[in-house]
Design a binder for this molecule. Structure first.
Ligand code: SAM
Length: 206
């Protein structure tokens, strides 16, 4: 695990102490299926079943750094998958993390992983393109699947000054976009470059 983190720091995927500490605390091995445990500390996406993946650590690091997470932030993640990213977020911000997964079996996999790793993330089953109105507004929103456009409900559920990080574009190849919500309700966007994600499937997705 140390080699992986050294690599992420050396190539500037990890830039801040808080993100580095989170990668040191959360063991990726606890979040990958038994047959892939031997590859848990490689910088690659790995299969978690149902045609879905746990993202590459470098991709996650880029997204967490872009969001500039602070202790106490209320965060919504769309695409729980294995729960690994949610655990990293929770390590930085604390217990105010909500994560939505559309595949019930994966939500259960993530809940189990998060419980064993000691994180109190609230994992919900549903269409994350609609967000989670009950707990809005959020300081930060992270989407870990590729969307055709930024879903309106997610923009609405973001605080003014809040940030959303989301891959937007074609089904499997897209641009990583960071949006900051301005006082007029619009997003100021910055493009972090090309990336590849599984599709975001739902009412406001594919
Ligand atoms: N963040 C995850 C992790 O740390 O393991 C990796 C997520 S994986 C790349 C993308 C996930 O998004 C998949 O588990 C997929 O089922 C989920 N997904 C796709 N569309 C969704 C939607 N509309 N709502 C919730 N989850 C969705």
């Amino acid at each position: 695990m140390k080699n992986l983190i050294d690599y992420l720091v050396k190539y500037r995927y990890i830039k801040s102490e808080s993100v580095k500490r989170a990668f040191e605390k959360v063991d990726r091995r606890l979040f990958v299926p038994e047959s892939f445990k031997g590859r848990a500390y490689s910088d690659h996406p790995l299969p978690i079943g149902f045609n879905q993946t746990i993202s590459a650590p470098s991709m996650i690091a880029i997204m967490l750094e872009a969001l500039d997470l602070k202790r106490g932030d209320k965060v919504l993640e769309i695409g729980t998958g294995s729960g690994y990213n949610a655990a990293l977020i929770s390590e930085i911000v604390g217990d105010n993390v909500f994560s939505i997964e559309r595949i019930p079996e994966l939500a259960e996999f993530a809940r189990d992983n998060l419980r064993k790793a000691g994180y109190k993330v609230k994992v919900l089953i549903g269409d994350g393109t609609l967000g989670y109105e009950a707990e809005a507004p959020y300081d930060k929103i992270i989407v870990t699947a590729a969307a055709p456009k930024i879903p309106d409900p997610l923009i609405k559920q973001l605080k003014i000054g809040g940030k959303i990080c989301i891959p937007v574009g074609e089904r499997f190849f897209c641009d990583l976009i960071l949006g900051e919500k301005l006082s007029d309700g619009k997003l100021r966007k910055k493009n972090y470059g090309g990336c590849a994600f599984v599709p975001l499937i739902g009412k406001e997705g594919w």
